[in-house]
Design a protein. Structure first.
Length: 92
């Protein structure tokens, strides 16, 4: 197996259900593109269509981060500040 150049991002497999794989395969075949290229283009188009929803989600996530360790834990775990304090809190 050939190694990747230093700093090159690794490709990862995408696991989808059999019906979705069938749609990807058929779409790629009839459009004359690879499955990889079809999925990449579809994701770009989908995210472009959902740009405002994406922006809203990012803004909401940033509102939760105030630079503290507690806010990081809250965002990563979904726990509230009170729930974190109830289990012993966080030493900052």
């Amino acid at each position: 197996m050939a190694s990747l150049p230093a700093g090159a991002p690794r490709q990862s497999p995408l696991k989808v259900d059999p019906e979705t794989d069938r749609l990807i395969s058929q779409g790629a075949h009839f459009l004359g593109v690879t499955k990889k290229d079809l999925v990449a283009e579809a994701v770009r188009a989908y995210l472009e269509q959902r740009r405002e929803d994406l922006r809203t989600g990012m803004v909401e996530a940033l509102k939760l981060l105030d630079g503290s360790l507690k806010s990081d834990v809250m965002l990563l775990t979904g726990l509230t500040a009170d729930e974190i304090d109830a289990v012993g809190g966080i030493d900052e």
